[in-house]
Design a protein around this ligand. Structure first.
Ligand code: ATP
Ligand code: MG
Length: 826
């Protein structure tokens, strides 16, 4: 029966036929089922009677079943009893990246043929790519900035004028309607675009990039489509007046640009430099692997921070703190170069646009302005105020994270199932925030004398008069009728008594709630600037309060407390420390506040972590992304490789039959396979089944490429071997390899063989069965591995551990007592 089907190529079709045959009463499938229930070695005896593909599919099905039962065994292990029944789970949607270089024969051959000149050339191209990443990110940032600034200015000017005109004609409600229509339409457009065209562009993108840099592939996160949706969306969000910033999205945009430039391809427009210019662009082959791509993406993220804040050092530190687990000196220098180039491009173009061509004076897109010398004085009293603000920032940050966590759970339960609901929610938030802004302007007349305002160094923008008398300006409206960045600048620099303390508290509460609500919306919006603005309002109101208490004290400078407050709140929310401190120092151009900012950020983080983890970590956990934390769970120290590993292991022989490879790939979703010599047995003293002598490791993607290009040979005994499949074929498919279902072979080809020797990695990391969990964790974390093979003392394979297998162990605290949970993967 089987041999009559030789012309049916597709595996699924054949399976369908076998099911049909079963329904018709043939005993073929029955035989397979029978074989499926037998042990591996018993099935081995039937090998000669069957087509290789069907035989091996039986075996691999059996593997999958045993895999399940081995999970049950692991979970029944008394040492792990406490680990089961975790309420949380990890999503199988997210695959791991592999930062370990595939060092196989092809790789060595290329390295051998590369002379020192070639290495120099690759290194030069790497630097040039870093330069082009920096410059492109800078150009992109300026483009976004100009679009946003002009649109926002136009909108606020129009509304201001309409309100002023309406004061005479009594048509204020029309002005209100106009304001709401503009804002809601922009947000409706942004949300629709994000929900339908690019869901990966929702939010700031910082958690996703953090995951990417730490070895988790988030679908569509570095695609061109996401870049377009993110850019258009963020313009609409900022102009639409939602409490969302552009700085987080700039980090995401920088990363996408870096991924595209470094790989020389954009799949959405079917462009691949390797295919278009195979000779000139051959050097790009060197960059087509997860490790190189990650390094470029780190540079892109740093360039994004640098362009957004004008903070090149902050950018490098952001990548270091939030991103790459593996770091070296050369990389630091390259990333700094990209970061600097991006800041430089932004500075030069913005200077030219603002009529200062040649004078490189404009910092990044966010420039919080220089503090005058007399305000930089730090008094002993400041230490106490910094501690108080740090504690306030930590507590309010924890409250913010907790509210945002609950809101996300609610959203997931009731809103996210229907896509239209996500759009409606965004529009409702826009409606509410515009209504609050309007009501604040309308009902609170926070009028101050214009003379106070003109004392300010940053009074170049006309103050908003609105409902105030001539010679006065409306301080609250001045904060509302502008972009959040401008509002922060005003809070930092306006003189004492420029705002009423009560109105600042009102603004703080409203902005706090709105920022919290906007954070989880499906629109491209970041958290940095809204959180800085919330914190600045907190600090400024504290400063104004202090000034009311000590009216004659020189050391009370409310602007200084606004800077410290913004650091404290963002520190309490994000739990970033190093990069946040440096970014704030760079954006204010003020090193004398450095110590104060550092102390407050540190305190805010400590206090915040007593209650909650950082907002980015929390959002990663909520999305069930299998990210390895910085440290292994303390309670997992008594686990060993044998408690964590998967067994039985699907392995291949160095020269393997095509049918078996196809069957195993079709029946399992494993992404890597140990290559072994010899058969397994369970005669070892520690009672672990072994799967042959370990020889090397091969990835699913490589096997699929070998099958696709049919690198087969017929006869094991004949000396003929097909020539090596060049590296080019693996690189052009990277990173989206075909699926096994797209591979078609005839039954005759199924009995052919593939020689895996040249393609397998012979130098992978292995650990022995008694290695401790922390040791394996360190290897995965530091080297960015995806798999590790567990061997016994004779170098025989006994198990395999993946990054996700480790990530499944998570420590939770119940009633203050740490507990180890073993999460499901769904
Ligand atoms: P990722 O897919 O992100 O690399 P994963 O943990 O899902 O990570 P898979 O390769 O999909 O890894 O394998 C799923 C499960 O099967 C894991 O628990 C892993 O330990 C196990 N596994 C991986 N490779 C093999 C293999 N060759 N033989 C048997 N079990 C394996
Ligand atoms: Mg998987």
């Amino acid at each position: 029966h089987i041999n009559t089907n030789t012309n049916v190529h597709n595996y699924r079709e054949r399976k369908h036929i076998s099911t049909k045959m079963n329904q018709q009463g043939t005993d073929f499938s029955g035989t397979l089922n029978y074989l499926g229930q037998m042990s591996y070695r018993a099935v081995n005896d039937f090998k000669s009677y069957m087509n290789p593909r069907d035989y091996y599919s039986t075996v691999s099905e059996e593997f999958s079943e045993s895999r399940e039962s081995s999970f049950t065994m692991v979970e029944e292990n008394p040492r792990m009893m406490e680990a089961v029944n975790g309420s949380d789970f990890l999503s199988s949607k997210y695959e791991s990246l592999d930062y370990d270089v595939m060092e196989n024969e092809l790789y060595y051959e290329r390295e051998r043929t590369h002379g020192s000149l070639q290495h120099l050339y690759v290194s030069l191209v790497r630097w040039l790519l870093m330069l082009s990443i920096g410059c492109t990110v800078g150009l992109f940032a300026v483009g976004l900035d100009l679009a946003m600034t002009h649109m926002a200015e136009g909108k606020y000017e129009l509304i201001k004028n309409t309100i002023t005109r309406c004061l005479d004609y009594g048509c204020t409600c029309w002005a209100f309607l106009m304001w709401i229509t503009i804002d809601c339409s922009l947000i409706l457009f942004a949300a629709t675009l994000a929900v339908y065209a690019g869901p990966a562009a929702c939010g700031s993108g910082v958690p996703e990039i953090k995951c990417y840099l730490n070895g988790v592939k988030i679908p569509e996160v570095v695609r061109l489509k996401t870049l377009i949706v993110k850019s258009i969306g963020v313009i609409c969000v900022v102009v639409g007046g939602l409490a969302g910033g552009r700085e987080g999205p700039m980090i995401h945009i920088g990363s996408i640009i870096a991924a595209g430039i470094s790989q020389g391809r954009a799949n959405s427009v079917r462009f691949d430099i390797l295919k278009c210019f195979p000779k000139i662009a051959k050097v790009f082959e060197n960059f087509r692997n997860d490790k190189e791509k990650r390094d470029f993406v780190s540079a892109g993220a740093a360039a994004g921070v640098s362009a957004a804040f004008g903070a090149p050092i902050g950018g490098v530190l952001f990548s270091l703190e939030e991103g790459a687990s593996f770091w070296n000196q050369a990389l630091t220098w390259r990333i700094f170069f990209a970061s600097m180039s991006s800041a430089f491009v932004v500075t030069v173009i913005l200077s030219a646009v603002n009529d200062h061509l040649g004078a490189i004076t404009y910092q990044g897109l966010v420039n919080f302005g220089q503090f005058p010398y007399e305000n930089c004085h730090i008094d002993t009293w400041d230490i106490f105020t910094v501690i108080i603000l740090g504690i306030m920032g930590g507590l309010l940050g924890a409250l913010f994270n907790s509210l945002s966590f609950r809101l996300t759970l609610f959203r997931r339960k009731y809103l996210n199932r229907i896509r239209a609901c996500r759009i409606i929610e965004a529009v409702v938030v826009s409606l509410i925030s515009t209504t609050i802004s309007f009501s604040a302007v309308y009902f609170f007349s926070d009028c101050h004398s214009l003379r106070t305002y003109e004392e300010s160094k940053y009074a170049e923008h006309h103050p908003v008069q609105l409902f105030c008398a001539d010679g006065e300006y409306n301080a609250l409206a001045t904060l509302i009728f502008t972009t959040p960045e401008e509002s922060i600048k005003k809070l930092f620099h306006n003189p004492k008594l420029a705002y009423s303390c009560l109105h600042l508290v009102f603004f703080f509460v409203v902005y706090f709630m709105l920022t919290c609500w906007v954070f989880g919306l499906c629109v491209p919006a970041g958290l940095f600037v809204p959180a800085l603005l919330t914190g600045a309002t907190m600090g400024r109101s504290f400063g104004e309060g202090l000034h009311a208490l000590f009216p004659n004290s020189e050391w009370v400078v409310p602007g200084k407390y606004a800077v410290i407050g913004s650091a404290a709140f963002l520190g309490g929310v994000s739990h970033m420390t190093l990069s946040l401190t440096v970014i704030l120092i760079e954006t204010t151009g003020n090193t004398s506040y450095g110590l104060l900012i550092m102390v407050t950020v540190m305190i805010a983080k400590w206090i915040g972590s007593l209650f909650q983890e950082g907002i980015y970590e929390a959002s990663i956990k909520l999305k069930s992304i299998p990210l390895l934390s910085w440290e292994h769970p303390e309670t997992a120290t008594n686990l060993q490789a044998k408690d964590v590993m998967a067994s039985p292991v699907c392995t291949f022989q160095p020269v393997e039959q095509v049918g078996k490879i196809i069957a195993v790939l079709s029946h399992t979703n494993h992404n890597g396979f140990p290559v072994v010599e010899g058969q397994g047995n369970n005669n070892t003293h520690d009672d672990h089944f072994t799967y042959g002598q370990y020889r090397g490791f091969i990835n699913r993607s490589q096997l699929i490429i070998l099958l696709k290009h049919k690198v087969f040979f017929k006869d094991l005994r004949a000396p003929y071997r097909p020539p090596y499949l060049p590296l080019y074929y693996f690189k052009t498919e990277y990173p989206r390899f075909p699926s096994i279902d797209s591979i078609h072979t005839t039954v005759e080809e199924d009995s052919h063989f593939i020689d895996l020797h040249p393609y397998m990695n012979r130098g992978t990391y292995t650990v022995t069965i008694n290695a401790s969990y922390p040791r394996i964790f360190c290897l995965f974390r530091a080297l960015g591995l995806r798999h590790i093979v567990i061997v016994n003392e004779n170098n025989e394979v006994v198990g395999i551990v993946t990054r996700k297998d480790l990530g499944r162990f998570r420590e939770t605290k119940r009633c203050g007592k740490p507990k180890l949970e073993h999460l499901d993967i769904r």
